[in-house]
Design a protein around this ligand. Structure first.
Ligand code: IDP
Ligand code: CA
Length: 486
């Protein structure tokens, strides 16, 4: 570089110097911003875990679930997780209709287990809810007095536990469907609508939520977002506003179409239609039944089909029994007995099997003689094992004939037991709703996380250091080298 000539005008600044000056200025700004963020936003938050308990009083048995979440993230989506499940010994609470006093007592052991999981200083503030489903709905229709007594008995026990009792009630089929839908979409992160997810969702024209298929012992629910407008059957529609977004959800619960009730319906029809005396045997206790299996899948499907009345539909489309069903939309998560049965038959694995493969797998299972099945699966409860052929065929009938899934959309059904550590079911959605943990509007952006803060800090420091090193290299080199550069 030539020596600058002494003239009346200021020496011209080289481009390198200008860039360095700008970079230096920006780095200083970045450092100031970082310090501001550090002072205002990066204060450590006290770690505080909250707990909640929900008892799912199903028709076949009761499950107690313990959930936990970090207190400071209460309104985020996907932060509540199941930390414990306890299966109550004995039948579901509706099975205590002749022994109502003891319904509550059956829950004691699981409540003790929950006391062991939740730190004792938090027992008092931990809410406990009990929701009873179709078994109690049926009992209440048959014998309201017995149902009330069962509920009083469980309430008494729950009140005497050290937790914060928030109610024991029969939930409606609509609630059961809706809370199941909320649970799986919360756990799948489908309500997250910030940043990239929002952009992705706006680019993709696919449905943002997953439908929910729940198969219980006494009832079954189908729930999914439906854009069909106007709805022909407003009583099947629910409107939600969650995390700043509106959802229009179709739901229906079929009472007596859970797998145990469906089997009873089918057996009752078998008895009515049989000519043979073998099924009416006076040597068995009243109400007890002897069934001679035939292992014939095709015949089984035909006899199950009779449970679905498809003859009259007052709407443009129906599932069965004259119930409105809009066109199926999006993917579906199928849980509870849908999962237990398909998992036993090895037909889950995120459902890579075509519908005809699934049908032939059930067909081969049904065709195996009972003594062989018993030997092959000796570790499985005989009650379940003896019914898996019927249950598999019933699931296919319900999905194919009832809801009209076909070989094209079959792959959109995902059989799932758990999502992360939490069971798929209605209980989590029920608790989220009752504890107001799902806000209608999207929560304000959270302060910078510690990770992002450290990342930013490192990045900006690296820029700063690079600038300084570059500057040093440029301005402190021997003159002969600098000459070559500028
Ligand atoms: O391991 C299993 N294998 C097969 N079926 C199961 C298993 N565990 C539970 N189930 C069945 O799942 C269903 C659960 O129904 P639930 O008791 O929740 O009734 P609800 O929802 O109609 O009130 C019952 O039919 C029960 O027999
Ligand atoms: Ca259930």
């Amino acid at each position: 570089m030539d020596e600058p000539k002494v003239t009346g005008t200021k020496p011209k600044m080289s481009w390198t110097r200008k860039i360095l000056l700008i970079l230096g200025f920006l780095s200083t700004l970045a450092a100031i911003a970082l310090i501001t963020v550090a002072v205002t936003q990066n204060q450590p938050l006290p770690k505080n875990t909250k707990y909640g308990i929900v008892l799912d009083a199903g028709s076949s048995h009761t499950n107690l679930y313990v959930y936990e979440w970090p207190a400071e993230k209460e309104n985020d989506t996907g932060v509540v997780q199941q930390v414990e499940v306890c299966k109550v010994e004995g039948p579901g609470i509706s099975g205590y209709s002749h022994d109502t006093e003891n319904a509550g007592h059956s829950l004691v052991q699981c409540l003790r287990q929950a006391q062991g999981v939740i730190p004792s200083k938090q027992h008092q503030e931990t809410p406990v809810y009990l929701g009873a489903t179709a078994g109690m709905r049926l009992l209440s229709l048959e014998n309201k007095n017995a149902a009330d007594k069962v509920l009083s008995s469980v309430e008494k026990t729950l009140r005497s536990a050290p937790f914060n009792f928030q109610g024991a009630r029969i939930i409606s089929g609509q609630e059961e469907g809706a809370y199941g839908w909320i649970t799986i979409n919360y756990l799948l992160g489908n309500f997250k609508q910030s940043g990239w997810t929002k952009l992705l969702h706006s680019l993709k024209s696919v449905s943002e939520t997953s439908g929910a298929l729940d198969l219980g012992g006494a009832s079954t629910q189908i729930t999914f977002v439906s854009d069909e407008s106007p709805s022909e059957s407003p009583e099947n529609l629910l409107y939600f506003r969650l995390y700043g977004k509106d959802y229009r959800v179709y739901t229906h619960s079929f009472l007596c179409y859970g797998k145990d009730q469906a089997l009873q319906q089918k057996l009752a029809r078998d008895i009515q239609s049989t000519e043979s005396n073998s099924i009416h045997d006076p040597c068995f206790h009243q109400g007890q039944l002897y069934v001679m299996g035939e292992g014939n899948y095709e015949k089984c499907r035909r006899s199950i089909q009779n449970l679905f009345n498809k003859t009259s539909c007052p709407y443009s489309s129906c599932s069965f029994n004259g119930i409105y069903l809009p066109p199926l939309q999006g993917d579906f998560g199928a849980f509870s007995a849908f999962y237990f049965v398909m998992n036993f038959l090895n037909l889950t694995n995120d459902n890579p099997f075509a519908l005809d493969k699934v049908a032939s797998a059930v067909q081969s299972f049904c065709a195996r003689p009972w003594h062989e099945v018993k030997e092959a699966y000796h570790q499985i409860k005989e009650k379940y094992l003896s019914e898996y052929c019927f249950s598999g065929a019933y699931i296919l009938s319900l999905l194919e004939n009832g809801y009209e899934f076909n070989k094209e959309n079959w792959q959109r059904i995902h059989f799932l037991g758990k999502i992360g550590s939490s069971d798929a079911g209605w209980t989590l959605g029920y608790m989220l709703n009752l504890t107001n943990m799902i806000p209608a509007e999207e929560p304000a952006a959270p302060p910078l996380s510690h990770g992002s803060y450290v990342g930013l800090m490192v990045l900006c420091s690296l820029v700063l250091v690079s600038v300084l090193v570059l500057a040093w290299l440029l301005f402190h080199k021997p003159k002969c080298l600098q000459k070559g550069i500028v």
